[in-house]
Design a protein around this ligand. Sequence first.
Ligand code: SF4
Length: 348
Amino acid sequence: MVGNRKKRILSGMRPTGRLHLGNFVGALENWVRLQGQYENFHLVADYHVLTTDAEHTGEIGQNSLEMVRDWLAAGIDPGQSPMFRQSQIKEHAELHLILSMLVTTARLQRNPTLKEQMREMSDRLHNRSLSDADDVDAGEGIELVSYGHLGYPVLQAADILLYRGEVVPVGEDQLPHIEITRELARRFNRLYSEVFPEPEGKLTQFARLPGLDGRRMSKSLGNTIYISDTEKDTLQKIMQAITDPQKVHKHDPGRPEVCNVFTYHKRFNVEAVETIESECRAGTRGCVDCKKECAAGLNKELAPLRERRAEYNGRDDLVLDILVDGEKRARKEAGITISAVREAMKLG
Ligand code: SF4
């Protein structure tokens, strides 16, 4: 709180379509929790998609609507927390342009996430296996990085500062981006006048939920369960999940610590976890029944989300109304900031 006012949070996601349980447990659930404590603005970061793929833009619009359906399903209240598309608020582009003059390319090239991406791009270019990636000079990748991609932390800074965001929930890997935002806010305030608060990164222990095969849950790896999956789909997917490979028969003692299904139990069947663990170790629990129980727990928790989502299925008009309303409110705030920026810079 600042006086009687709640602090403001800006959080957003790239619109990649339907969200999976990794997105839910890793971020969305946290947004819902923070809803009462802060004033929240939720950004559909559609311009950010272009930083890594400017050629295939045809699905961005529909993907944005699908993602917002999941936000609504999870319990984000649009009356309380505006949701809006970055591309519909021109001030993002204007502030991005201005801030991009206040940072050097050398500073942006030091961004550890970009370095990692450059290494991967260089690796792909040279057709090397990922295991050789350490031998690849990250500098080689810079030739493949677009001007917009290099500057995505500046666009992120513009997203946050445009709403005078004071708090940004981040995982540890995002902290360097917040640092760039803070540097830009400081530099602007020093050069012109005090317009921006210096946002704090609120380090959040984002829970990680592995995919059905134990790797990172990701659409491209085909190992996801979606919030919007049916109960039947969820059960079918869980039945295919990888468990302890050493537990072949029901009475073989198992090792819950290496089992994906057990990880899901820990999140979605909390009260039964101790029993599941001891029965698994003792070899009195079979994986088939255990998986069915896991799917039941998951389906039970997701039922209210799926019910809420069903109100918006096939109703793009309703989702668009919510976005248009959020955009009106966001645009008003963005307008206030941009006026202050122009005044501070004496741009007329
Ligand atoms: S019994 Fe359950 S926890 Fe144990 S290995 Fe099988 S699925 Fe995993």
